[in-house]
Design a protein around this ligand. Structure first.
Ligand code: SF4
Ligand code: SF4
Length: 429
């Protein structure tokens, strides 16, 4: 047995005789005496020590063996998966006029029709029967999904009945601007399987209202905040926010305000803040807080670490560092546009050239067009960050270089940020 290739070793600042191990493969952390590290390196551990360290992901039979396991990981995940997951874009319309809205020229009065909703239910039915799935998990998204409340109810009623017949489980969540999320709507949707809503607050009132006014020009913060307060005991609420270089220092004021107004950590399931990435048409969906993007720009690194610490030191949950796998790699994970077109990335909505199929004809083979094997090269296979990165974000590569041919290397970012992120989690755990 030898030390895993996917193990990072950091100096333990509290105890100078120890080092901190972090497994990028399963996110486990362990502080061990320096002499134990020497014993690992010279393969002098007891059987019990070996078993424990292997279970935590710090030891491996050989680097070749680990490499082969990772090479087969996506196939294994796809063959054992039992959950159908889809982001369903109900419309491209919105009642807010956010300054940085990603939909740009793609925005408009485009709504899912009743016919497409029926075809979507049929598509899910076919996926359940052909894939042997036992869970259906949807995220209704937009535009603003609650402008399509009638169709969300329609689809959910049909899927609830379908899942009952098929012996599967149906649940869904919302990515919403929060303006229409009243207690009545939350209760109604909860009865149909709604579990959580991700709502965006772009900083304290004064900052948010500049970035996220109603289309009429009216302020939106107070209304959204009131809704969050009124529904947080009905469904789980995740709060996201988009910051810029000029305003991120003001975001802790939002955290204080949440607390003062009774939205303490036990009332909010997670809080995370992400930068507004704006590169012409290639902007990340601002309300899609899924940690897809990252950047090694110095101010972003500093801002990200600062805000994460402000969140966790107040006791709020924020996503931990865990291996993340791009939706493109997962067969039963996709985005359905309002017209039934299928994409494999939220950043690519309505960009015809990146469509991978539709709900009538199914998903085509997009392995080559979307460069699924971009990380199967010597550089990535020998990289300690592979389980956290898998070649990075193809969409960010597309935004930056105009193509997805190659990797979006996260090494500079992870070299600069990982140790601090791991130590933040330990400090506040
Ligand atoms: S390409 Fe990037 S943005 Fe798109 S789903 Fe994958 S990780 Fe997320
Ligand atoms: S893209 Fe860069 S950080 Fe990611 S696995 Fe490959 S070499 Fe490592």
């Amino acid at each position: 047995m030898r030390l895993s290739r996917y193990c990072k070793i950091f100096q333990d600042k509290i105890n100078s005789d120890s080092v901190l191990l972090f497994s990028t493969r399963n996110a486990s952390k362990l502080s061990i005496p320096k002499n134990l590290l020497k014993e690992i390196e010279s393969d002098k551990l007891s059987k019990e020590e070996k078993n424990t360290l292997t279970e935590l992901g710090f030891l491996a039979k050989s680097h070749e063996h680990e490499k082969n396991e990772l090479l087969g990981l996506m196939d294994e995940l796809n063959s054992t998966n039992k959950t159908f997951k889809a982001i369903v874009v109900m419309n491209l319309d919105c009642n807010l006029a956010c300054k940085y809205c990603f939909e740009g020229t793609r925005k408009g009065k485009f709504y899912m029709s009743r016919e497409t909703a029926d075809e979507f239910v049929e598509f899910v039915r076919n996926n359940i029967t052909s894939g042997g799935l036992d869970k259906i998990n949807l995220i209704f998204y937009g535009g603003e999904p609650l402008l399509s409340i009638g169709h969300i109810i329609y689809i959910s009623e049909k899927l609830e009945t379908l899942c009952e017949t098929e012996g599967t489980e149906y649940s869904f969540s919302l990515i919403t601007n929060g303006t229409l999320l009243s207690p009545g709507i939350a209760e109604r949707l909860k009865s149909l399987g709604l579990k959580s809503a991700s709502v965006t607050l772009d900083g304290p009132r004064e900052v948010h209202d500049i970035f996220r006014p109603y289309k009429t020009g009216k302020r939106s913060f107070d209304n959204i905040f009131k809704n969050v307060k009124n529904v947080c005991d009905i469904i789980d609420i995740q709060i996201g926010g988009n910051f810029t270089k000029d305003n991120y220092m003001q975001f802790p004021l939002l955290l204080d305000y949440l607390y003062e107004e009774g939205l303490s950590p036990d009332k909010i399931s997670t809080v995370r803040f992400d930068p507004v990435i704006n590169e012409g048409e290639g902007i990340m969906p601002p309300d899609f807080h899924d940690g897809c993007n990252s950047s090694d720009e110095p101010w972003l690194l500093e801002a990200g670490l600062f805000l994460r610490e402000e969140i966790i030191k107040r006791g709020y949950n924020t996503p931990k560092i865990t291996p993340g796998i791009c939706m493109m790699e997962l067969r039963d994970n996709m985005l359905i546009n309002y017209n039934g077109d299928i994409y494999k990335c939220p950043g690519m909505i309505s960009r015809e050239e990146y469509k991978v199929g539709d709900i009538r004809t199914g998903v085509r083979d997009y392995r080559q067009s979307h460069y699924l094997d971009n990380w199967k090269n010597e550089k990535c296979l020998n990289c300690e960050y592979l389980p956290l990165c898998f070649g990075g974000c193809r969409y960010m590569k597309l935004v930056r270089d105009g193509n997805m041919d190659g990797i979006d290397c996260k090494k500079p970012y992870l070299d600069a940020a990982l140790e601090a992120l791991v130590k933040q989690d330990i400090k506040y755990s």
